[in-house]
Design a protein around this ligand. Structure first.
Ligand code: AMP
Ligand code: MG
Length: 415
């Protein structure tokens, strides 16, 4: 292929796109809305948590010094400490306290013995002075089953650093601090435009046209990646129509178009971008599917012209758009995830383009074995449905033998 040397390798194309993305300005949002986003600032702990040493088990709070002799050792039980109550008494030598998980440790105790490692003493066998006693069957080390004060957070310390991706446990840490809102980069606003005379909306009678599936699919992919999509509709295949549609993109952080970026007679997207003053950074990447990707910028807004074939647009979304949206959301680790796997069957291609092969996968003997789907044409959505991963068949390689170790990208579009 004569134009192959001019095509950008996938890694370089992604690096260039990410180089155009900086986290968006922060907004304070309710903690629930921060899921999947990144902190825009360090967050300091306001509370020390847990506020006191507490028990990690249902059992007995003991003094380890009482348990250095022969076992079992009989201790008299003072009080019972429940979670949500404060202990009233010190644990004195020769005694212990019955304690429940999460209850504060009484003073004097320095370990907890789990209930399963004790034997309760019937009241009639306990000595005359006390009618509640327990036989301890093990000698714990100091600190056993004690959750120390401040294990989760210490007042004034950095609880979570800027850039930390907020998963569910992180939100739990924030709630535990009594925080109602947190600063995160605002969500990217993403315009989605389809182009093509052959397209109609799903609610229109097709009359010889095909339904525009790219725009609604990309909008969902945008939302899943944390952005806020707006559908701009379908532009007809004239330079004026495409330009007119793209002129309505002020205020968006990212503009996604699909189709019209190839070398066909009706491929007007590049020209329209140019007419609107979008600086084009590159066009075409050494990949299949998805080669005709075009990338430009106007002001801070990123313009990504995705190919029209439905599978190509989704694959380029995974490889380029999702990482860009995640970077705008302030996340640092934005490269597509990769997992190792083994190829079942063989693959061959000409060198020059990296192929992203849609595969199904099954675990066998501790490894993920993948099988390419029968259809790999980029126009057929069937080759994207049922796929669990993209297999990266590197640009310079021409064959992968049966059992090859391969790099797999888990797909974000799966159910
Ligand atoms: P193009 O890049 O304009 O040549 O389009 C490539 C292929 O993708 C053509 O077969 C188009 O009909 C198809 N296509 C383009 N846009 C869409 C869309 N929004 N939804 C579904 N198919 C599309
Ligand atoms: Mg077209």
């Amino acid at each position: 292929m004569s134009d192959t040397p001019a095509l950008l390798p996938v890694e370089e194309a992604r690096a260039r796109i990410l180089g155009l993305c900086t986290p968006l300005p922060p907004e304070w949002v309710p903690v629930d809305d921060a899921l999947g986003r990144a902190l825009a600032e360090d967050v300091l702990a306001r509370r020390t948590l847990p506020p006191w040493d507490n028990s990690a088990m249902d059992g007995y709070a003991v003094r380890t010094a009482d348990l250095l002799g022969p076992l079992p050792t009989r201790l008299s039980v003072g009080e019972t400490v429940f979670a949500g109550k404060l202990p009233l008494r010190e644990v004195l030598p020769g005694t212990c306290a019955r304690i429940m998980t999460g209850a504060p440790l009484p003073s004097g105790a320095d370990a907890v013995v789990m209930r399963e490692r004790t034997r309760s003493v019937p009241p009639e066998q306990a000595n005359d002075a006390v009618n509640d006693a327990v036989d301890i069957l093990e000698a714990p080390g100091p600190g056993q089953f004690i959750r120390p004060r401040g294990e989760d957070a210490r007042e004034g310390d950095v609880l979570l650093r800027r850039g930390t991706p907020l998963g569910i446990p992180e939100l739990g840490l924030l709630w535990a601090q009594g925080m109602a809102s947190v600063p995160v980069p605002r969500r990217p606003r993403v315009a989605v435009l389809s182009t093509g005379d052959e397209l109609c909306r799903v609610d229109e009678p097709p009359g010889g046209r095909i339904v525009d599936t790219n725009a609604p699919a990309l909008a969902l992919a945008v939302r899943r990646a944390g952005g806020v999509p707006t559908l701009l509709g379908i532009a007809r295949d004239t330079p004026e129509a495409v330009q007119e549609a793209l002129a309505r993109t002020d205020g968006f952080d990212v503009v996604l178009t699909s189709a019209g970026v190839s070398v066909g007679d009706h491929d007007f997207v590049k020209d329209a971008l140019e007419a609107l003053g979008v600086v084009q950074h590159f066009w075409r990447v050494a990949i299949k599917p998805g080669k005709p990707l075009v990338v430009g910028q106007r002001g801070a807004a990123l313009f990504l012209g995705l190919p029209g074939n439905p599978t190509s647009s989704l694959v380029t979304f995974e490889l380029f758009v999702r990482p860009a949206l995640r970077r705008l959301l302030g996340l640092e680790d934005v490269e597509p995830a990769r997992v190792p796997g083994r190829l079942e069957g063989r693959l061959a291609k000409a060198p020059g383009l990296a192929h992203f092969v849609r595969v199904t996968s099954t675990w066998r003997a501790g490894e993920l074995w993948v099988k390419p789907l029968g259809t790999q044409t980029s126009g057929a959505l069937r080759s994207a449905s049922a796929a669990s991963h993209l297999l990266h068949f590197p640009r310079e390689q021409s064959s992968l033998t049966d059992g090859s170790h391969v790099e797999l990208i888990p797909l974000s579009w799966v159910a």
